[in-house]
Design a protein around this ligand. Structure first.
Ligand SMILES: *[C@@H]1O[C@H](CO)[C@@H](O)[C@H](O)[C@H]1NC(C)=O
Ligand SMILES: *[C@@H]1O[C@H](CO)[C@@H](O)[C@H](O)[C@H]1NC(C)=O
Ligand SMILES: *[C@@H]1O[C@H](CO)[C@@H](O)[C@H](O)[C@H]1NC(C)=O
Ligand SMILES: *[C@@H]1O[C@H](CO)[C@@H](O)[C@H](O)[C@H]1NC(C)=O
Ligand SMILES: *[C@@H]1O[C@H](CO)[C@@H](O)[C@H](O)[C@H]1NC(C)=O
Ligand SMILES: *[C@@H]1O[C@H](CO)[C@@H](O)[C@H](O)[C@H]1NC(C)=O
Ligand SMILES: *[C@@H]1O[C@H](CO)[C@@H](O)[C@H](O)[C@H]1NC(C)=O
Ligand SMILES: *[C@@H]1O[C@H](CO)[C@@H](O)[C@H](O)[C@H]1NC(C)=O
Ligand SMILES: [Cu+2]
Length: 597
């Protein structure tokens, strides 16, 4: 094993300083708390939600010991970390490890060599990260990485130096959705009643927030577009309740039963406002701030904007990008973005807004950006400067003049980070679909990943790897793999996440299926549908309803890798596949302590 890891490391950039081992203890406990005003059971990491920051310099080894003091089994996945050469540290139950049972502990040991930027860790068992088992990971880029800060500052050296300094410790801006019920309670209700649990108590920002109850007219105006999408797909006219939740009884298993009347999984109606603490960021006279934006939610993506301020997006999912100056950023589920914000005002207080982007709910959470001095007791309410770009549904007030982040054109800043150009050795086709009210699939066959798999012998070393959701095309190290993903669902966008790799999004459209059998066939007929020159480089990407994408990656990491929707409710009802990659070559390396755990 040592020899293998040494070989892998020798292929990677050698860090300019001595790599160290960074040790962390993550103690998982259950508690009872009311982060936005409504008590429920919560899961915590070292007594907090989100959990503590795990940080390293590029090239360091992270050794995180997880103590499971919960009453349920658990695993931790380090989202976006490739686990190069250590697929057994990937934290996928039934795929790469046995669950950590109550009272037990497990050491996640892995290198950060070859990766930098913003990541996160979260429970990969059931939907437990939605109960609070989630936290940030930050890997400071090595000195030799080319940075795009000059583009942001227009070559102002002192401003560039400020950004370079801020990069070592960006300000956290983590968004997560929060429900009244626990994820287990939601899941059981979902199965019992055949209800889609598409309603929350709103977002938390860095674990804080409050519930507000906007006037019906405000919700209806912001949600008009959603009603139209829903009506076009179902033929049914719907409306929003006072929490901004769409009445989706038309698609539920019990037709005619209103999800509101039944108290849909995840919340209680009607909306009750709370007055809990909001996150406040003090500018303190600095000319710039740098935020690490992470969507740690379990159901919803969101639109981010900061009143009165532009956002420069400089990094996405572990790669610096060609910077974009925007008024709005679509924050996909599971995705990470680093933004630089010029804090050039003399005074005033401004709202930082996260608006839910999904059809299912109109809801907004805010934090404050304050040019005032911090006070001992934070103010309950700020009178904010009215320079608002988006409404509570995330609709821009003036889309013509207000630029939104463009994922499609977010090419890596490092121009060498390009996909291989030739034909792929493997083309795998996936169809994203709802197979019943409460089950979802990625497989063309409609096969569902069994919820029992989490407790089965992990595929990484199981004698029998054949499952309806196992994809084995004989991938060998060095092969190029294309994933063609068609989303035939008319309403739901699916944020797809691949373990063990980053990929290039070489084709995408919000309209229509890919329609070709391979990238080569598409290139031969109409190369304008493809981008092999400067495509985005990601480890997760949202596929629009009725649209498609093609992901290309290099098989450089032997293992059993999940490919799944990051909406928890979809994942645990089947929306996942496992792609096998040169298993034979890695099996002899698996530590006995992991197999016999
Ligand atoms: C975890 O936290 C619990 C509750 O605070 C404490 O009793 C226990 O000793 C902690 N375990 C470890 C390993 O830190
Ligand atoms: C984790 O890595 C550290 C540093 O390489 C090593 O000392 C330790 O033994 C490893 N632990 C396990 C459980 O592999
Ligand atoms: C360059 O940036 C510094 C730091 O933000 C600022 O003080 C200075 O005014 C800027 N210079 C110009 C010419 O904009
Ligand atoms: C809904 O359908 C109508 C009629 O076909 C169409 O004009 C409209 O653009 C559709 N709306 C949405 C949001 O898809
Ligand atoms: C909001 O208004 C719509 C349309 O008038 C109505 O159907 C819906 O019940 C109202 N919702 C609430 C929470 O009052
Ligand atoms: C501003 O000051 C407060 C209080 O001292 C501190 O907590 C905060 O981190 C500072 N903000 C920045 C952007 O440095
Ligand atoms: C986003 O970028 C792509 C690729 O450069 C471009 O084709 C598309 O028109 C852009 N979208 C918007 C809304 O500007
Ligand atoms: C090939 O491209 C043409 C022109 O772009 C298009 O009309 C046609 O549908 C494409 N053929 C296939 C098989 O997709
Ligand atoms: Cu999904």
């Amino acid at each position: 094993m040592t020899k293998y890891i040494a070989t892998v490391l020798s292929l990677l950039a050698v860090p300019a300083y001595a790599a160290v081992v960074r040790e962390y203890s993550l103690n998982l406990t259950a508690s009872y708390d009311a982060p936005n005003g409504f008590y429920r059971e919560v899961f915590l990491v070292n007594g907090q939600q989100p959990g503590p920051l795990i940080e390293a310099d590029e090239g360091d080894t992270i050794s995180a010991t997880v103590y499971n003091n919960l009453e349920v089994p658990m695993t931790i996945h380090f989202h976006g970390i490739h686990q190069l050469g250590t697929p057994w540290m990937d934290g996928a139950p039934g795929v790469s490890q046995w669950p950590i049972f109550p009272g037990e502990s497990f050491v996640y040991n892995f290198t950060t060599a070859g990766q930098y930027g913003s990541y996160w860790y979260h429970a990969h068992m059931r939907s437990y990260y939605q109960d609070g088992i989630r936290g940030p990971v930050y890997i400071r880029p090595s000195a030799d990485r080319p940075r795009p800060y000059d583009v942001v500052t227009g070559g102002n050296e002192s401003a560039t130096a400020i950004l370079r300094e801020l990069e070592s410790n960006p300000t956290p801006l983590y968004v997560m959705d929060w429900t009244k019920l626990t994820s287990d309670a939601t899941y059981y209700k979902e199965i019992k009643y055949g209800l889609d649990p598409a309603c929350t108590l709103g977002f938390l920002i860095n674990g804080k927030g409050r519930v507000t109850c906007p006037a019906n007219g405000t919700i209806a105006a912001a949600g008009a577009g959603r009603l139209e999408i829903f009506q076009n797909a179902t033929g049914v006219q719907s409306s929003f309740d006072s929490l901004g939740c769409l009445d989706i009884s038309a698609i539920n298993g019990y037709p005619g039963i209103n999800n509101v009347a039944l108290e849909a999984p995840g919340f209680s109606t009607p909306c009750q406002a709370s007055n809990t603490e909001r996150e406040i960021f003090y500018v303190n006279g600095s000319d710039w701030m740098m935020f690490n934006v992470i969507n740690m939610a379990g159901a919803f993506a969101s639109y981010l904007s900061i009143d009165g301020h532009d956002m420069w997006v400089v990094q996405v999912e572990g790669a610096f990008i060609q910077p974009q100056k925007v008024k709005q950023l679509y924050v996909a589920l599971g995705s990470r973005y680093t933004i630089a914000v010029q804090t050039g005002r003399d005074n005033g207080d401004f709202s930082i807004r996260f608006a839910c982007s999904e059809v299912a709910q109109v809801t907004e959470q805010i934090a404050w950006l304050s040019y005032n001095a911090p006070t001992a007791t934070p103010p309950q309410e700020y009178s904010v400067t009215p320079e608002v770009y988006q409404d509570i549904g995330g609709n821009l007030y003036d889309p013509e003049s207000m630029q939104a982040f463009n994922d499609t054109s977010a090419a890596p800043y490092d121009e060498e980070l390009k996909p291989p150009q030739g034909p792929a050795q493997h083309t795998i086709h996936f169809t994203l679909t709802r197979t019943s009210v409460v089950s979802f699939s990625v497989m063309d066959s409609g096969a569902l990943m069994s919820s029992e798999m989490e407790l089965m012998t992990p595929l990484l070393w199981a004698d029998d790897v054949s499952q309806p959701t196992t994809v084995d095309t004989g991938i060998k190290i060095g092969d190029v793999v294309d994933l063609i993903i068609d989303n035939i669902d008319p309403v739901i966008l699916h944020p797809m996440h691949l373990h063990g790799h980053s990929f290039w999004v070489v084709s995408e459209s919000n309209y229509g299926m890919f329609g070709y059998s391979s990238v080569e066939a598409a290139l031969a007929n109409d190369s304008s549908t493809m981008n092999l020159n400067n495509p985005p480089y990601r480890d997760g990407y949202a596929i629009a309803p009725g649209g498609h994408a093609v992901f290309r990656y290099i098989a450089d990491n032997a293992g059993a890798w999940m490919f799944h929707c990051h909406i928890n409710n979809h994942l645990i009802t089947g929306m996942s596949a496992v792609i096998l990659e040169d298993l034979a070559s890695i099996r002899p390396m698996i530590p006995g302590s992991v197999i016999n755990y």
